[in-house]
Design a protein around this ligand. Structure first.
Ligand code: HAS
Length: 555
C-alpha cells in the first residue's frame, strides 16, 4: 500500500500549467457544492412542513438552484477538471494550443453558468434542472445553459486533441487506459448533449423570446431525455475511471483486466444513449413498442455495471489474499481501511449496490408506474449521484487537489475525510431511505408542502418528511466538512509531493485486443442504435404535433 503522506519521489506529475486549468474547474465545482448544498438544506426543511422560506424566496427557485448547481455545474466542472488532469497525466502535457482551447472552453462555460445563475437567483428561471416546457424561463437562462454545453464541448476538444496526438505518435498501440476512458466519456457527452442543444436552440430560446407562440412539449421532453440519461453516465464514468484505474494502485494491487475495463466503457457508449424513453414511460404520444425497446436497451446498460462490480471484487480479493487474507472473507479485512483515498470511494461503491437495484426497479415498466414522479426517484438519484458518484469525487479530490497544489493530505485531514464519508453515508441513509419508503406510499417529488399550511400532505408521510430533514441536515454538516478539507488542501496543507496514482494492469490479464479501440466500429454501432430507437417515434411526434406547436413554417 502506498502511504498517505508521500515522500518526494519520482512521480509523474501533471504539468503545472495543465494543473492550473484543472484546478480552475475544481474551484467552480466546490463553490457550486456550497451554494447548491445550502439550497438542499432549505428544501428538506420546507418539505418537513416546519419551516417557511423568508423574504418571498420560492420553493421552486431554491429547488432549481439546488438541481442546476449540483446536478449540472458541480458535476460537469469536476469531471472536466479531473479529465484534463487525467489526460495530461497519462497522454502527456497539453500543448499551448490545446491548453488555450481548454481555457476558452472554461470561460465560455463560466460565462454561461453566471448568466443562468443570475436568472435563477432573480426568480426569472424557476424551471428546475430539467427545464421542462411549458415551464418557461427568461431567455438568458437558456442562453446561459447553451453556453455551458458549448463551453464543455470546447474543453472536450482540448482533451480529444491530446488523445489524437498520442495515437498518431504511437501507432498500433492501445492508448493509456485512463485516456481511453476519458475519450469514451467525451464521445458519449458530445453525442448526447446535441439533443439538449437542439431543444434549447430551436425550441426554448425562440419560444422564450416570443418568436414562436407554442412549443411541442413532448418533443422537447424527448430531446431532453435523449440527453438526460447518458448525462447520468457522464457523471458515473469518471467514478468508474477512479475505481478501475486509481483504486488498484492505492490499495497496492493491479488492474484486474484492461480489456474488460475497455469493453465495459464501450458498452456504456452504445447503450446509455438510446434509453431516454425510460424517463417517459407514463407519457402518451410514444408508441408502447418504442418504450419496450428502450426498456430492453436499459437492461443492457446494466451489464457494464455488473462487469464493473465483478472486476472490482476481483481486484479487492486478489489484493486481500496477497496480503495474507484467508477464508471466504478474510481478504476483506486486509484492505487499507485507514486510507481515505480508498475508503471514501468504497463507501460510494457499496451504496451503488442498492442504488443500482433501485435503477432496475425504475426501468421495469410496470414497477415504474408505481414510483414515477414520487419522491422514490429523488431517493434513487441521491444514492447514485449524490452518494456513489459524489463520494468517489471527494475521494479523488483528496489526492488530486494536493497533487495539483503541491501539498499533502495530512493524517488529521485523512481521518476527517473518513469521518466525513461516514457522516455522509449516515445522513444519506436516513434521507434517501425515507424518500424511498414514502415514495412507495405515493408522496410526490418536487412538491412545495409549505403552502396551505402543508394541507396537501397525507398525515402518514409526515414522519418520513421529518426524517428527510434530519438526514439532509446531517448531509449539510458533511458538506461543511468536505469544504473544510478542500480549503485545507488548496491553501493550508503542508507543502509536499502527492502522487496521482495510476494502476498497472495485472500480468495475468489477457492482452488488450486493438478492436476495442476501433472508433469506426463503435461509433457506427452507437449511431445505428440511436437511429433505430429514435427515428420513428420522433418522426411520429413531429407528424402528430398539436396545431401551432411546430412554430416554424419549414416544419
Ligand atoms: Fe437512474 C431516474 C434507471 C443508474 C441518476 N436516475 C434517475 C434520475 C437520476 C438518475 C438523476 O429506468 C432522475 C431524473 C429526473 O429528474 O427525473 N438508473 C436506472 C438504471 C440504472 C441507473 C437502470 N441513475 C443511475 C446512475 C445515476 C442515475 C448511475 C447517476 C449517477 N433512473 C432509471 C430510471 C429512471 C431513473 C428508469 C426514471 C424513473 C422515473 O420514472 O422518473 C443502472 O445503470 C444501474 C446499474 C447498477 C448496478 C449496480 C452495480 C454495482 C456496482 C458496485 C459494486 C460494489 C463493490 C463494492 C465492488 C447494477 C458496480 C463492494 C461492496 C461490498 C459491500 C462488499
Amino acid at each position: 500500500m502506498t502511504t498517505i503522506k508521500e515522500k518526494a519521489q519520482d512521480f509523474v506529475r501533471v504539468d503545472r500549467r495543465d494543473g492550473k486549468l484543472a484546478l480552475a474547474h475544481i474551484y467552480v465545482a466546490f463553490i457550486a457544492l456550497f451554494i447548491g448544498g445550502l439550497c438542499g438544506l432549505l428544501q428538506v426543511l420546507v418539505r418537513s412542513g416546519q419551516f417557511t422560506l423568508p423574504w418571498g424566496i420560492g420553493y421552486y427557485q431554491v429547488l432549481t438552484i439546488h438541481g442546476v448547481l449540483l446536478g449540472l455545474i458541480l458535476t460537469t466542472y469536476f469531471i472536466l477538471g479531473f479529465q484534463i488532469a487525467a489526460i495530461s497525466r497519462t497522454s502527456g502535457t497539453l500543448t499551448d494550443k490545446q491548453r488555450l482551447v481548454g481555457w476558452i472552453g472554461f470561460w465560455v462555460m463560466t460565462a454561461g453558468t453566471v448568466a443562468a445563475s443570475i436568472m435563477v437567483l432573480l426568480n426569472e428561471a424557476s424551471v428546475l434542472y430539467t427545464f421542462y416546457a411549458p415551464l418557461q424561463a427568461h431567455w438568458i437562462f437558456y442562453v446561459g445553459m447553451a453556453l455551458v454545453v458549448v463551453g464543455s464541448w470546447i474543453v472536450a476538444i482540448a482533451q480529444i486533441m491530446k488523445y489524437v496526438e498520442w495515437r498518431k505518435a504511437n501507432p498500433g498501440q492501445p492508448s493509456p487506459l485512463l485516456s481511453f476512458m476519458v475519450i469514451v466519456n467525451l464521445a458519449m457527452w458530445i453525442i448526447c448533449s446535441l439533443g439538449v442543444a437542439v431543444e434549447v436552440v430551436f425550441q426554448l430560446i425562440p419560444w422564450s423570446l416570443g418568436w414562436v407562440d407554442k412549443v411541442d412539449v413532448l418533443l422537447s421532453r424527448t430531446l431532453f431525455w435523449y440527453f438526460g440519461h447518458p448525462l447520468v453516465y457522464f457523471w458515473l464514468l469518471p467514478a468508474y475511471m477512479v475505481w478501475y484505474v486509481i483504486i488498484p494502485k492505492i490499495i497496492g494491487g493491479k488492474i484486474f483486466s484492461d480489456a474488460l475495463a475497455r469493453l465495459s466503457f464501450m458498452l456504456f457508449l452504445l447503450f446509455s444513449i438510446p434509453v431516454g424513453f425510460h424517463h417517459q414511460l407514463t407519457e402518451p404520444g410514444i408508441d408502447s413498442f418504442w418504450k419496450f425497446l428502450q426498456v430492453v436497451l436499459t437492461m443492457m446498460v446494466v451489464i457494464p455495471s455488473l462487469l464493473t462490480a465483478f472486476s472490482m471484487f476481483a481486484t479487492f480479493e486478489l489484493r486481500g489474499r496477497q496480503l495474507g487474507g484467508r477464508g471466504l472473507f478474510g481478504w476483506f479485512k486486509k484492505l487499507p481501511w485507514n486510507d481515505a483515498r480508498f475508503t471514501v470511494p468504497f463507501i460510494g461503491m457499496a451504496a451503488f449496490i442498492p442504488a443500482g437495484a433501485g435503477g432496475i426497479i425504475n426501468a421495469s415498466h410496470q414497477m415504474n408506474a408505481l414510483i414515477h414522479n414520487t419522491i422514490w426517484v429523488t431517493g434513487h438519484f441521491h444514492l447514485t449521484l449524490a452518494t456513489t458518484v459524489v463520494l468517489t469525487f471527494f475521494g479523488a479530490a483528496y489526492w488530486l487537489i494536493p497533487h495539483l497544489t503541491g501539498r499533502v493530505l495530512t493524517k488529521q485531514m485523512n481521518k476527517l475525510a473518513i469521518i466525513q464519508a461516514i457522516v455522509w453515508a449516515f445522513g444519506m441513509s436516513i434521507m434517501s431511505g425515507a424518500m424511498h419508503v414514502v415514495g412507495l406510499m405515493g408522496a410526490p417529488r418536487r412538491s412545495d408542502f409549505s403552502t396551505y399550511g402543508g394541507a396537501q400532505q397525507a398525515t402518514e408521510w409526515i414522519p418520513y418528511q421529518i426524517a428527510q430533514a434530519v438526514g439532509g441536515t446531517i448531509l449539510f454538516i458533511g458538506i461543511i466538512l468536505v469544504l473544510y478539507i478542500v480549503a485545507n488542501l488548496l491553501w493550508f496543507a503542508p507543502k509536499g509531493e502527492t502522487e496521482f496514482p495510476v494502476g498497472e494492469v495485472s500480468e495475468n490479464a489477457e492482452k488488450t485486443p486493438m478492436w476495442l479501440e476501433n472508433w469506426k466500429i463503435w461509433l457506427t454501432i452507437c449511431i445505428a442504435l440511436i437511429l433505430f430507437a429514435y427515428t420513428v417515434p420522433v418522426f411520429e411526434m413531429i407528424q402528430n404535433a398539436p396545431p401551432g406547436s411546430k412554430g416554424y413554417k419549414f416544419w
